[in-house]
Write a new protein. Structure first.
Lengths: 84, 164
């Protein structure tokens, strides 16, 4: 089992109704799996899942990345950026 | 000198003072300083903006800012780099971001500054909530966050800049 903390920001925070929550995952769970679980728990997140990037311990990570005990997982909606 | 002032890059809740930013990158070996200031615009996509509220993932934002500084130093022979980004609620006209670079010659200072602000804009986990004049508010959405992974050399960076 891996205990992780999940951080939500901006639109994702509103959709989740919280800024942070603790989750216990089964061993070898990936970011992809975690995203499915949190989308089930917070249905409003499902719609924005595709535009959300995920950082593990402050580093952007791919969907297949395996999560470990103690990881800080952050859901990052698109940033306003600015093209010009 | 206070410890905070010695940090080259960070998020801040204090007003950004342009003179302070310029002074922080002054260097005797430098022949020039380039300063970029981002300010809160009164109109965005046709909406009259009253203020912007910035929300940051602090740990990652400050880490990214340090990485951007390192990327700049890797690519250009700059003397000093300063990157500041505001958090919290800012009225129209207020400075939200500052990037300053000093270097021996102006060209690398311009290029480095341009690269740094571009990278800040697309890779920093900082979100803007727009408060509209007369009520209403929304998160300003852009593109999915990404990290700068382009390995352009300074010369390619200049070539790219010329067509930009």
């Amino acid at each position: 089992m891996a205990k992780v903390s999940v951080l939500y920001f901006a639109q994702a925070r509103e959709a989740a109704g919280t800024g942070e929550e603790a989750m216990t995952l089964s061993d070898h769970s990936t970011i992809e799996a975690l995203l499915s679980t949190v989308s089930e728990n917070h249905p409003k997140l499902a719609a924005m899942k595709r535009s959300i990037k995920v950082a593990v311990n402050s580093q952007l990570a791919e969907p297949r990345t395996v999560l470990h005990d103690g990881d800080e997982v952050a859901l990052l909606p698109p940033v306003s950026g600015g093209k010009r | 000198m206070r410890r905070r002032a010695a940090t080259a890059v960070h998020l801040t809740r204090r007003r950004i003072d342009p003179a302070e930013v310029v002074n922080s990158v002054k260097d005797e070996r430098a022949g020039g300083v380039v300063l970029f200031l981002g300010t809160v615009r009164s109109v965005n996509e046709g909406r009259s903006v009253e203020r912007l509220e910035y929300q940051a993932y602090r740990a990652m934002a400050e880490k990214r800012m340090r990485e951007i500084e390192a990327e700049v130093r890797e690519r250009w022979p700059v003397q000093k780099v300063k990157i500041l980004h505001r958090e919290g609620s800012l009225p129209v006209g207020e400075i939200s971001v500052a990037v300053a670079v000093s270097s021996e010659h102006r060209e690398e200072a311009f290029e480095a500054c341009r690269y740094a602000i571009g990278s800040v804009k697309h890779s920093l986990p900082v979100w803007k909530r727009e408060k509209i004049v007369g009520g209403g508010e929304l998160w300003v959405e852009g593109e999915p966050i990404r990290e700068a992974r382009t390995r352009a050399s300074p010369s390619r960076e200049s070539a790219r800049k010329q067509v930009a």
